[in-house]
Write a protein that binds this ligand. Structure first.
Ligand code: BGC
Length: 762
């Protein structure tokens, strides 16, 4: 071949090689589908899944506590302490640095207990350095506001919100909390707690929406919508029935019939799933002999197959490990992981041991990789839907602008005002500022001037963000002298001399306000008397609180009692002897302001109890929707009724009901404001099936309305009667309406004397 021809031929070959090389390069550098935000979530998930190693997949199913949290507890806790605790954690054998390395290797899907934006963004940056750059999903207990972050808005806890019977308020709180969470780079809240609280000994009543399945379902579903529609993943918890455990303690066994489960405990979960909840958390407790965490019936048959839940299921705090350590239905942790995954668990809260143990289970052929893919697919779907690949970080500017904004403070204040229940008023309330001007009012009690008013699940907040009762009163009435006698914050260690001092001051003042209750602040975990893991064997006031109230009242001056608590506390003596009683629950950051506005009459109280208060725990289970034979043989000594009933609550005006009747499947009733000022009435409709194939509760809440009424105004409320109000699980356990008569009861509380009755038939 001639030189020139050869040269030309070589040039052609070179050109072709260059073209092939360039094409290969383009193919290689073309961004993978999972990084393409214009591809569908499904395409992205499948593309990513096929690129992942088994180790990376198992890592996505794992959650760890934040490294700052680990550093805090490193070497401080023993293994027993770790297992016994629901808030502290450390990982023996792992340092914070080794955890960070796991993140960089793409072996951690989620973190919890990260409570600063700096840490969240830092951990996220490590995750983005991993081979596939899958972002971390940050979960947090944003139970009543993103309150574990300093500087966020703290709303009342769920029990208070439930007492407002205002489901739109539940939505608004969730929406604002979601906005604050995303501004702090948090994506997933472990809320709402839709358990049914049927035992006041249980420390967690305040996290729930109370004892009624209908109210809890509506509140829970609106909370789910508030989060999910605002780019935050919600979590229905805890499946199931922890609110009716043996002895009322957290995580103790529950043994319940399928009918009771389906009628009382399942509806709020089912409603939450229908509202779009993205995740569900299993309960600490065993159910009918099977730990919830390895309960295939609950997770697979009910949740997935019956309710069509598409999100992912997370375990609760080291509860899979407890299947071996506490329940003894697994040989060891690996066996527990095996059982939990086969039963339906998708994500493990929390700890690094999971990683190797689960990889081994797959390598040994005990769990198929297909099963692992199922869980990872669900978790990745959530991450894509939340937009984490496009928005992995938040900025300090965002959080400064969004958190604790003026609008959110207003919501918190209104929510507080609507959640405070007035239970007794001999006419002293509302207080007239002109009457008390220049006079002295004693303010005392462990909750009179403490940030504990914010409630459980709150980390310390800036002092000026929290209105205690004393601060609320002082700011609202500068011309009145508030004589504060400090009782400290700790109900267990009250000082008898301070009690005496309050009694002494009460003799010189004109009015007394005692703010009593529980201590819930998480940052003093070991000193708490209310909140998670603070179950009690009675429901009286702890320490010298009753003594304080009696001594102060002995002055003969009018005494107002305010409860700050998550659980129903009882002091029957106070009901008989004091001038006014308010249940403020855990009213949040604006609690003191809200209480002051109610005491001065700037706000007319409207809330009603979402949970019954028994006289004492010997009466447990004291629920309004009990079966007819509950009081067949009443107690020989002491009442059979609760101290305060479900649905009960007073106003500064009066409401009257009349003209209840049924017409074409609609119940009509007139409600009138017969008092002197405007107010909001919460009307409740209860139903009882007169004769049925199985025993039915004496009454069940089926509808309610909040109505604002001017003095003298009457409105006619209408309640369509639908089949789902009348259906129940019949003798053969099917959900249907049995023909016959039904008694409809409508009025201002669940007490018979407050209800008008109408009988109808189907
Ligand atoms: C609680 C859960 C909570 C989790 C994470 C557990 O002890 O039961 O409700 O979400 O801790 O803090």
């Amino acid at each position: 071949m001639k030189q020139g021809t050869l040269h030309r031929a070589l040039c052609i070959v070179n050109r072709q090689l260059i073209i092939v090389a360039m094409a290969t390069l383009v193919a290689c550098t073309k961004a993978p589908v999972y990084t393409d935000s214009s591809a569908s979530v499904e395409q992205r998930v499948e593309d990513l899944l096929k690129r992942m190693t088994l180790e990376e997949k198992v890592g996505q199913m794992n959650q760890l506590v934040g490294v700052n949290h680990i550093r805090m507890n490193d070497g401080v806790l023993t293994e027993e302490e770790i297992l016994a605790h629901n808030a502290l954690a450390c990982y023996p054998g792992y340092t914070a640095d080794s955890i960070e390395q796991m993140v960089q290797q793409g072996l951690v899907g989620s973190f919890l207990h990260v409570v600063t934006l700096t840490e969240a963004n830092y951990l996220q940056s490590l995750a983005l350095q991993s081979r596939l750059g899958i972002p971390i999903l940050f979960g947090i207990d944003a139970i009543h506001g993103n309150a574990k972050f300093c500087g966020c808005t703290v709303y009342p806890t769920n029990i208070g919100v439930a007492c407002s019977f205002d489901t739109a308020m539940a939505y608004r709180i969730a929406k604002e909390t979601a906005q604050e969470m995303r501004a702090c780079n948090m994506h997933w809240t472990f809320n709402p707690d839709v358990e049914i609280a049927r035992d006041p000994r249980w420390g967690r009543c305040g996290e729930t929406y109370g004892e009624d399945p209908y109210l809890v379902s509506l509140m829970g579903a609106q909370t789910v919508r508030g989060f999910e529609q605002n780019n935050v993943l919600s979590c229905l918890k805890h499946l199931v029935a922890g609110g009716q455990s043996s002895n009322g303690t957290n995580g103790a066994p529950t043994d319940l019939s399928e009918r009771t489960l389906r009628e009382m405990f399942f509806p709020p979960f089912q409603a939450g799933v229908a509202a779009g909840a993205g995740s569900v958390m299993m309960a600490h407790n065993e159910l009918n002999g099977v730990p919830c965490h390895t309960n295939a019936w609950l997770m697979t048959d009910i949740l997935r197959k019956e309710w069509h839940f598409h999100g992912f299921i997370v375990s609760d705090w080291i509860d899979i490990e407890r299947v071996a350590a506490i329940h003894h239905t697994a040989n060891d942790n690996q066996d527990a992981y095996y059982q939990a995954i086969l039963a339906g668990i998708d994500m493990h809260m929390h700890g690094p041991e999971w990683q190797q143990a689960v990889v081994e289970l797959v390598r040994q052929g005990k769990i198929s990789e297909k099963r692992i893919d199922q869980s990872v697919r669900r978790i990745l779907t959530a991450k894509f839907q939340l937009g984490l690949f496009e928005h992995p970080y938040a900025t300090a500017e965002d959080s400064a602008r969004i958190c604790f904004s003026e609008a959110h403070q207003q919501t918190a204040l209104q929510a507080s005002e609507q959640s405070i229940v007035l239970l007794k008023n001999d006419g002293i309330l509302p207080l007239q500022q002109e009457v008390w001007k220049g006079k002295h009012i004693l303010v005392t009690g462990i909750n009179a001037d403490d940030a504990n008013i914010m409630g459980d699940w709150t980390d310390p907040q800036p002092a000026d963000h929290c209105w205690t009762v004393l601060r609320g009163l002082q700011e609202s009435a500068p011309e009145i002298h508030f004589d504060f006698v400090n009782q400290g914050w700790d109900p267990r260690n009250m000082n008898p001399q301070q009690v005496q001092k309050a009694a002494q001051v009460a003799r010189t003042t004109d009015l007394n306000i005692v703010v009593c209750g529980e201590y819930m602040a998480r940052y003093r975990w070991h000193d708490r008397t209310g909140g998670e893991d603070t179950d009690r064997s009675d429901n009286y006031l702890v320490g010298l609180q009753e003594e304080l109230i009696r001594q102060v009242a002995a002055s003969g001056k009018p005494t107002i009692l305010i409860y700050i608590t998550g659980r129903p506390l009882s002091l029957p003596w106070a009901q008989d002897n004091l001038s006014a009683i308010l249940y403020a629950w855990e009213p949040g950051q604006m609690g003191g302001k809200a209480l002051a506005r109610i005491l001065w009459g700037e706000v007319n109280p409207s809330a009603k109890m979402a949970i019954s208060v028994p006289y004492h725990v010997g009466q447990c289970q004291m629920i309004y929707n009990h079966k007819p034979s509950l009081a067949l043989h009443p107690y020989v000594l002491g009442p059979t009724q609760p101290l305060y009933a479900f649905g009960e609550g007073l106003s500064y005006t009066r409401f009257a009901y009349s003209n209840a009747h049924l017409q074409n499947d609609t119940l009509f009733v007139d409600v009138s404001n017969t008092g002197e000022r405007e107010g909001v009435e919460i009307t409740q409709l209860y139903v009882h099936d007169d004769v049925a194939s199985v025993t039915r509760p004496v009454k069940e809440l089926k509808a309610f309305r909040r109505t604002a009424l001017q003095p003298g105004q009457t409105v006619t409320l209408t309640f369509p009667i639908t089949d789902d109000m009348l259906a129940f699980y019949t003798a053969d356990n099917t959900l249907r309406v049995e023909p016959g008569t039904f008694t409809f009861m409508v009025g201002g509380s669940s007490k018979n004397e407050d209800l008008l009755k109408v009988v109808g038939s189907r």
